[in-house]
Design a protein around this ligand. Sequence first.
Ligand code: PRX
Length: 651
Amino acid sequence: MAEPTIEDYLVEDRIFPPPTDFVANALVTDRSMYHEAEADFEAFWARQARELITWFDDFGTVLEWDLPFAKWFIGGTLNVSYNCLDRHVEAGRGDKVAYYWEGEPGDTRAITYRELYEEVCRFANVLKGLGVSRGDRVAIYMPMIPELPVAMLACTRIGAPHSVIFGGFSPDSIVDRVNDAEAKVIITADGGFRRGSVSPLKPNVDVALDQTPSVEHVVVVRRGDNDVSMAEGRDHWYHDLMAHASTECPPERMDSEDLLYLLYTSGTTAKPKGIMHTTGGYLTQVAFTHKYVFDLHPDTDVYWCAADIGWVTGHSYIVYGPLANGATSVIYEGTPDTPGRDRLWSIVEKYGVTQLYTAPTAIRTFMKWGHEEPQKHDLSSLRLLGTVGEPINPEAWMWYHRYIGGERCPIVDTWWQTETGAQMVTSLPGVIPTKPGSATIPLPGIFGEVVDDNGNPIERGGGYWTLTKPWPSMLRGIWGDPERYKQTYWSRFPGRYFAGDGAKIDEDGYIWFLGRVDDVMNVSGHRISTTEVESALVDHPAVAEAAVVGASDPVTGQAIVGYVILKGRVEQTPELVEEIRQHVAKKIGPTARPKAVIPVPDLPKTRSGKIMRRLLRDVLEGRDLGDTTTLADAGVVEEIRRRAAESPQED
Ligand code: PRX
């Protein structure tokens, strides 16, 4: 039996069975899907593909697996925009709302499936008119406005893979991504609303355009009304082009394995990787997971994923999954604190949101703002909550459960990645009891194991999370670099996909993600996960958020340093700081007690909300900070540096 390789300190024995009222109406209430997939996973996925997707030509072979290259649903042809739009209109659901859109300043739009269909057809014709044809790449750099899903769907209609670049990125990031994909067209907006003012986009594109020779045309949506310059012949207003476009645009028949989109993931140093997703397998798994993990009842639900479409979460769970399933969703343009810290909760109340999907980093921010904010609103429409993007600390989970879910909503903690395309490890909410902080077990049709340094499976305890079978929405490679694909994901453990995450498995076979293995600390030979120490810190009633890093230490190899954000009204005293430090020892053991606990006003995060532990280590070890361009707020680091220099350190 292989030995655990990462310490397993945190004991969490709270367990929440699916609530009875929820189970009474749940789509799935027993384990038969798990058994079916266990017995024959290809047949299981083939059934999902045929039930959830409309194919122009049925597929023959389900899976061709030439490790690490997979092809799913071979010979099948389909069109993604047809599946997301036409078939719902043809079935008589054209008047159903696809999106309730809420602009940050308070302007709103309700867009039906028929309206969305017509707008997509017109824009698909616009793209054709600009010379975009099947196989050409189109870059999209937009705020969270309805024209963003329109642009994506129009691309899929004509078979042009899109590359969405998150609207918060700088001109440099645009240059890298546009050039790597050799995009022919960029679709953007003048600007979008964030935190009460217009954040300009077209001016960033203008800076990038000096260095992007492949771009022939730029289409600009008017949103912010900020001044922009338009180059004659190259730049076009969206509304001008749309005014003359026809609503007739037959969908292109795409092969199941045709490229659907590229989405770049930023490595911390290396050049961004263009993650490739293809058509049939991707759509099957996003539709499957969106339906069953969120227990979608399309006729009555108002579903809301509060992510940005610029990340994979938005691609899969704002655009493709919900639309393929004919759902009604909410899209919100702006930030959660505009005009007040209760904006999200006012939106939940206004639209009667039934499912809410957000990130642990957002939940911890809401905790810091206090439960009085959600209590200003009636949240009783909610019946399910979801999280994604990071491990959720058990106390943040409990807060979400209590103050947002009113103790009646199951929480689906969904583990997945840009590379996996769709959710992989999480609970079917009517079936699987949840434990705060655990993503629970792999979904039906998904197979994974925790392994030790040598790739041997561990039955209990901490190690590396690996996937052992291909899955329909898996990445098909890195654009232009098959070697890097093999090297990055398939070389550490032969025959297994290694995602870079540590995880532990408990006596019930539940998976507890422990963060990126690059962040695992080594203290006197104990490998300790940052996630577990952070959860122990957040367990203290005064702490809203924590980030833990291992700084090099002459005696112990690495020493644990915990940065904490205190809750709103808590007063910071040396006694409190010491109490928080000791709390970790009490909660998970003295080996994990931080050498120092440093209260800070904020933490350095990427724009998708992940804590940049590398920067925190650099601060502690006095290193130059290197590349900080992916940081959401660069000023935070200076303040942390100052606090770190002043902080006492104990042994
Ligand atoms: O470390 C895991 C963490 O986020 C990484 C993937 O990030 P990204 O490609 O940006 O996609 C985020 C949205 C899917 C993973 O390798 N992660 C994501 N979800 C969870 C998680 N860690 C723990 N629990 C989760 N539920």
